[in-house]
Design a protein around this ligand. Structure first.
Ligand code: ADP
Ligand code: MG
Length: 315
């Protein structure tokens, strides 16, 4: 393999054979890798450049790993292993061969209501697990951090070689995933780099001494959760029409629009989208965090519960 020889070598990572680079961040490269001992299949490895980070940033990486260690949900990327060398941290993760949801929005322009529901329901399952079971808030929900494990029909970023009998499969780029075909696949929430523990999942209490917790700590917990719900509103809006609810070339103007919750269901793009979907989004893109939907309210909304027929009837 020509590619493999071009892959960098990392001390302490000899067990894994790096196959290709899948993504990168400020301090990290993410690789697809194979286990040389075949105990696991393929994995993703986030190689973090420790030497470029200050002690605060290093502590944040350790916190990210510590939080992931305690998580176990089908819609959350699993931590497989963590190790470090003098210069790097190695975060070995469950591989999401489909890559970022972001690329699928770009590829398809926007998603149908059925496909959007299929996707956002899975994001909501992950959030419900974090908020209600784990005491964790994610704080960085966006299409770049939503990865997926494609159903066999959806072309992955790295398609497997053709198998005998695969001749009938649609060509990459032509296939439009829908719910009838199994949707886009399994959505997994990734990147816990900004996440925070809001309560102790062992004792089911806010972090701190029970009974001495100040109201602002309790409120802070509620506010942090509502941050994820706002972001989910932005993701759902973007899925349905292909562009985000808040945008401006000037950061100052954009910040002002967000602060005021200034967005619209822009015509003609939103003309055909159900009123029920718009109603749900408006309960997420609510400036007052006290009035914004919680994950429980989100999951109980008719658009989320409904089938395609019901949402069309509600429109
Ligand atoms: P950062 O904190 O730098 O944003 P992420 O954890 O979000 O780091 O990883 C950066 C990118 O690497 C992701 O947006 C995605 O494209 C890719 N990536 C990360 N984890 C995986 C994974 N488990 N499977 C496939 N790709 C991944
Ligand atoms: Mg990220």
């Amino acid at each position: 393999n020509l590619n493999r020889s071009k892959m960098p070598k990392y001390p302490g990572l000899e067990r894994w054979i790096l196959v290709e680079k899948m993504g990168d961040g400020a301090f990290s490269n993410v690789y697809r890798a194979k286990d040389s001992t075949t105990e696991y299949g393929e994995v993703a490895i986030k190689v973090v450049r420790k030497f470029e980070m200050n002690s605060n940033q290093r502590a944040n990486i350790l916190k990210e790993v510590q939080i992931m260690r305690n998580l176990d949900h089908p819609n959350v990327v699993k931590l497989i292993d963590f190790s470090e060398s003098r210069q790097y941290y190695y975060i070995v993760l469950e591989l999401c061969p489909g890559g970022e949801l972001f690329h699928q929005i770009v590829r398809l322009t926007y998603f149908s209501e059925d496909l959007s529901r299929h996707v956002i329901r899975q994001v909501a399952e992950a959030i419900e697990y974090l908020h209600e079971t784990s005491g964790v808030v994610h704080r960085d929900i966006k299409p770049e951090n939503l990865l997926f494990y494609p159903t066999p029909h959806v072309p992955s970023k790295n398609p497997k070689p053709q198998q005998p009998g695969d001749e009938d499969k649609e060509d990459e780029g032509e296939f439009i995933p829908g719910v009838g075909s199994g949707g886009i696949g399994k959505i997994k929430l990734a990147d816990f780099g900004l996440s925070k523990v809001i309560w102790d999942s062992q004792t089911m209490t806010p972090c701190g001494t029970v009974g001495y917790t100040a109201p602002e700590i309790v409120k802070d917990e509620r506010y942090s959760k509502s941050v994820d719900m706002w972001a989910m509103g932005c993701v759902l809006y973007t899925l349905l029409c292909g562009f985000p609810p808040f945008y401006d070339e000037s950061i100052q103007v954009l910040t002002e629009k967000v602060a005021r919750g200034q967005y619209t269901f822009l015509s003609p793009w939103w003309d055909e989208i159900s009123k029920s979907a718009q109603d749900l989004i408006s309960h997420l893109l609510t400036v007052d965090p006290e009035k914004r939907f919680t994950i429980k309210e989100f999951l109980a909304h008719p658009w989320i519960k409904g089938t395609d027929e019901e949402t069309t009837a509600a429109a």
